[in-house]
Ligand binder design. Sequence first.
Ligand code: UDP
Length: 160
Amino acid sequence: LFAHVFQPGRGAERTFVAVKPDALQRRLLGDIVRRFERKGFRLVAMKLVQASEDLLSEHYFALRDRPFYNHLVKYMSSGPVVAMVWQGLDVVKTARAMIGETNPADSRPGTIRGDFCIEVGKNVIHGSDSIESARREISLWFREDELICWEDHAEHWIHE
Ligand code: UDP
């Protein structure tokens, strides 16, 4: 019955997105989720998480030597984040385009960072930067049984 859902294919790419503590505090969660939903991507997993420093040190392992690292971990653990997995054709690249540049000042209006924030240290959202990062981050933040395969009745109206 759900055979098509498990077929690896054009619409099967997944990315990890996290709505950061500042966005939660500022009640931006709904606006941010709505953008991915209306785009046509499929929500595969979502949870509210108080991230530990251990989790964040694994998540941001590649940035451990950067000057802003400690500040970043403090920011990301300063309140809950909403961790999500979204699925669809080219979702990694497209989610990054929807999010905008790392520095909100370089992010165009119409992007999430371009519309909702001003400073790089409070940039409201994370999105995986490659398919490999997405795989790593999804398995870091979610157990396999938290990823839900559901029958998407809009699938054939969104993907060819
Ligand atoms: N960051 C920061 N200062 C900087 C660069 C990055 O505070 O000069 C923070 C910012 O929250 C950013 C996160 O570190 O989103 C991760 O940085 P990365 O370069 O991976 O950017 P992203 O992939 O999030 O756009």
